[in-house]
Design a protein around this ligand. Structure first.
Ligand SMILES: [Ca+2]
Ligand SMILES: [Ca+2]
Ligand SMILES: [Ca+2]
Length: 312
């Protein structure tokens, strides 16, 4: 449901590369009741408000923060997001790290877990209760073996009451998967017009313009860093930046990757790497997600994927 956001500002040389990335699984106290209601004390009391429900969140009154780490082995979640050193030497952005999404994908009232992975299969874990989980990636249709998956968002995109999955990927493609309500997902990426080749890190949805439709924002970093594209002998400062009259500009070959700034406060000309532009999809006058219009058996009309608004 949520994953940590990333700083998508591009950085210049010298950025540290992490060779191995592990996704720390920190389960929070509120899941204790959502995950294992049979062990909850006192009993959970939900207050029904019609279109939504809520309950009080029990907060520890002790002097400790209230969090404690659970063993991945006992949970039944052996998942590790690791990246080989050889892969990172070819593309350092593979070491950015991947995300997690939490949500009840099969409607049994227990929060399930989707873990994204770079260079290997992602994983969907069904919550069995009592802090036990089962890998249902294959039957759920969410192994995603061919993707370098970075971000994951569980959200009811088509408004049918179950959580669908939107993933972002380094170098493509982002993916959209519709849930049948029982935790089985079907990919509709191409039909939704979301196929991509950018370095997408994360996505979020909200009704930005208040018309009842979910709008979509996808944050892009870079599919490949300029430091991995150009060898050092080809990207010296004087090769990237040239003086034209009384100002400086980036040589055409590098303009997709670099920009130059005059910094009088530093008394210097500074070059920095560009990130790829983000994408913002604004929905139309429909309660359906516009990228999917016409692609479901419950809808009519021809597919009409919208082009994203590019934010540079
Ligand atoms: Ca569940
Ligand atoms: Ca749905
Ligand atoms: Ca909207």
């Amino acid at each position: 449901m949520l994953r940590q956001s990333r700083d998508c500002a591009a950085e210049d040389e010298g950025r540290r590369v992490t060779m191995r990335v592990a996704v720390p699984l920190l389960l929070v106290v509120w899941m204790q009741y959502g995950c294992a209601p049979e062990s909850a004390t006192p009993p959970v009391v939900w207050r029904d408000e019609g279109s939504y429900r809520w309950r009080e969140l029990p907060v520890s009154r002790g002097d400790r923060a209230g969090f404690h780490e659970l063993s991945a082995e006992k949970l039944g979640i052996p998942f590790v997001d690791s990246v080989s050193e050889d892969s990172v030497l070819q593309n350092r952005n593979l070491a950015l790290g991947s995300g997690v999404a939490l949500g009840d994908v099969d409607g049994d009232g227990l929060v399930d877990i989707f873990l994204a992975k770079v260079g290997g299969p992602s994983a969907l874990y069904k919550n069995l209760g009592n802090w036990k989980f089962k890998d249902i990636s294959r039957e759920g249709g969410l192994e995603l073996k061919s993707r370098n998956t970075l971000g994951a968002t569980l959200v009811d995109i088509d408004g049918d009451g179950d959580l669908d999955l939107l993933v972002t990927s380094l170098g493509g493609s982002n993916g959209l998967f519709l849930n049948d309500g029982r935790g089985h997902f079907t990919e509709v990426t191409d039909a939704a017009g979301l196929a991509s080749h950018r370095g997408s890190t994360t996505a979020t949805l909200a009704d930005v313009d208040g018309d009842g439709d979910l709008d979509l924002y996808i944050a892009n970093y870079k599919a490949r860093d300029a430091l991995d594209i150009f060898p050092p002998q080809e990207r010296g400062f004087d090769q990237v930046v040239r003086k034209v009259g009384d100002h400086f500009e980036v040589a055409p070959r590098f303009r997709e990757h670099y920009r130059v700034q005059m910094r009088p406060d530093l008394g210097a000309v500074v070059r920095t790497q560009r990130a790829e532009p983000d994408w913002f999809y604004l929905a139309g006058n429909s309660r359906r997600f516009p990228l999917l219009r016409g692609n479901s058996s419950t809808r009519t009309g021809s597919p009409s994927p919208k082009s994203p608004i590019v934010l540079d």
